[in-house]
Design a protein around this ligand. Structure first.
Ligand code: NAP
Length: 247
């Protein structure tokens, strides 16, 4: 039974990777439309699952160089070959060394290990953290992380990184199609480092969202998980209005 659940998830994920890449190809957006001022960047992605592949594909389409990594280098090589352009594949350490910006998008229970494996590479690095503590998936460590707040927990697992939490509470399928939509959807982000926030904001725009800084990593990062008032899609003004009601 366990095996079939696992393979169902795996197959779903691989189907998603294909549809994310295919959807972007069909969207056929010219690079100039997508790249809204972030300039060409080198982005490493640790965790090329539903979220990592969706936003990474959008960034490749926008003209960035993106190195995808996960526990499955062959799958990442296939993804990079399918995307073409500035897409590459590597190990998590190679992706962390490659990116001037690093995206960490893994199940939360993997975050402590990722932080240890990449410790020397993430100090001082801009890290976009999409990862959420989900108790049903990640177990007791997610309970502890939610109690202290996801921003605080991520900061402890990724010491020295200049973390911005973003892409946490909008469905990955929507991220893959956001760039081709006309709606102006707000993406709440939380962080403390000015340059990291600016860089993350530019990259959020390139995926097709309007970034809305809702506050600091510890104070507001805890609200950037699914199921909170900031979860789901709303206009940038509505994100600001909801954020103002939170402590
Ligand atoms: N799905 C959503 O709609 C959504 C939306 C917002 C935020 N999030 C959050 O974002 C994170 C990623 O979600 P997802 O849906 O993209 O998950 P996913 O589809 O399960 O992908 C997770 C990725 O992390 C990789 N990974 C796992 N352990 C790793 C490790 N130790 N080192 C390097 N890579 C590792 C996996 O590699 P393998 O495939 O090789 O195992 C896979 O590429 C989660 O924390 C989730 O809660 C999800």
């Amino acid at each position: 039974m366990k095996i079939s659940i696992k393979s169902y998830t795996y197959n779903n994920r691989r189907r998603f990777l294909l549809s994310a890449a295919g959807g972007l190809a069909l969207a056929g957006m010219p690079l100039a439309v997508l790249a809204q001022g972030s300039g060409k960047m080198k982005i490493g992605i640790v965790g090329s699952g539903r979220v990592g592949s969706a936003i990474g594909s959008a960034w490749v389409k926008a003209g960035h160089e993106v190195m995808f990594s996960s526990l499955d280098l062959d799958a990442d090589k296939k993804l990079a070959a399918r995307l073409g352009g500035g897409a590459k594949a590597g190990t998590p350490r190679e992706a962390a060394a490659f990116g001037t910006v690093l995206v960490i998008s893994v199940p939360y229970r993997a975050l402590p290990g990722v932080g240890k494996d990449l410790a020397d590479l993430i100090k001082g690095k801009i890290v976009i953290d999409t990862s959420n503590p989900i108790v049903a998936r990640d177990g007791d460590m997610a309970v502890a992380a939610r109690e202290k707040g996801a921003g605080q927990a991520s900061m402890e697992f990724l010491p020295g990184a200049r973390i911005v939490r973003a892409f946490n509470a909008i469905g990955a399928a929507r991220m893959a199609e956001a760039a081709s939509k006309k709606e102006n959807i707000g993406m709440p982000i939380a962080g403390d480092d000015k340059a990291a926030i600016e860089t993350a904001s530019a990259l959020v725009r390139d995926v097709g969202y309007e970034p809305v800084l809702v506050g600091g990593l510890v104070a507001m990062g805890k609200h950037l998980i699914p199921g909170t008032p900031l979860g789901g899609e709303r206009s940038p003004d509505e994100v600001r209005r909801v954020a103002a009601t939170l402590k």
